[in-house]
Design a protein. Structure first.
Length: 278
């Protein structure tokens, strides 16, 4: 059975040390359970909490708790819940997806690399202009900038997220917990690629994180894997990320299913009718 966690203060969650749990923890630390766009759920198995989900602005991330092995019924409930929520992107630990993946979603392999720290962080900008970071990382300023900026500022103010730059390269330290720092959105202006700026930025930031007791890591796909292999970074793991196949109709599907789910008009499998109370 999957149900909404209404108040995090009443139900402490013991997350394991994994990439997925770090993302979940960062959402909880940023927004708690007070906002409709950041919803926290639990999967219960044999009367106990077995896994935790966070639905955040069209994405979904989930992880099992330490020492839990999901049953076939729980795996089916997880897949059904994903289809019901219809997020654009899904991050699930591999022990939550089974061998068949998720119907309606395209599976892409992802590679996790440990970032090697340099001996110095000279030249690193600790507080770059947010608009410049966004434009570099996302190839220009668009309609999503306002949403990104609001979220980024909130996380920065809580010291949960950090932006860094070196010359025309940028990156984001998305979260830090359990001795690990997750780096994402590494990018360089097209005209300056091949000059070593991103390498210097990554090495310098990894050094800063190491000074605070964190090992830095990042995720690559098939298009960027070769670059990190060339840098000599250590491959520390792989997984799959899921993106909805019918991206054209995503907004209509997402709106309809959220609306019916909130109204309690749709109940499927292990999900309770009207479990969202907003």
């Amino acid at each position: 059975m999957i149900k909404r966690i209404e108040n995090i203060e009443d139900t402490p969650i013991e997350l394991r040390q994994s990439h997925y749990s770090r993302i979940i923890l960062s959402h909880i630390q940023t927004y708690g359970t007070e906002y409709d766009f950041c919803e926290l759920y639990e999967l219960r198995q044999k009367g106990k909490r077995a896994a935790v989900f966070v639905s955040f602005n069209g994405s979904l991330v989930a992880d099992v708790l330490e020492g839990v092995s999901l049953s076939g019924v729980s795996l089916r409930e997880t897949a059904e819940f994903v289809r019901f929520k219809s997020p654009y992107a899904v991050e699930l630990s591999e022990d939550m997806t089974g061998k068949t993946g998720i119907s309606g979603y395209q599976r892409s392999k992802r590679y996790f690399y440990e970032v090697s720290p340099w001996k110095t962080a000279d030249g690193i900008d600790f507080d770059p202009d947010a608009e410049t970071v966004y434009a570099t990382a996302y190839s220009g300023k668009d309609s999503n900038y306002g949403l990104w900026l609001t979220d980024t500022v909130r996380r920065k103010n809580k010291d949960l997220l950090r932006l860094y730059s070196y010359k025309s390269s940028v990156l984001t330290v998305k979260c830090r917990s359990g001795g690990m720092a997750y780096i994402a959105d590494v990018a360089t202006l097209e005209a300056d690629r091949g000059k070593g700026y991103a390498r210097a930025l990554l090495g310098g930031v990894a050094k800063l994180m190491a000074d605070e007791g964190y090992t830095s890591y990042l995720a690559a796909d098939d298009s960027t894997k070769g670059y990190y292999d060339l840098l000599g970074y250590k491959l520390i793991g792989t997984d799959n990320i899921y993106k909805i196949k019918d991206s054209i109709n995503y907004e209509q599907i997402f709106y309809y299913r959220r609306k019916t789910f909130r109204a309690g008009k749709e109940s499927r499998g292990g999900m309770q009718r009207g479990l969202c109370k907003n």
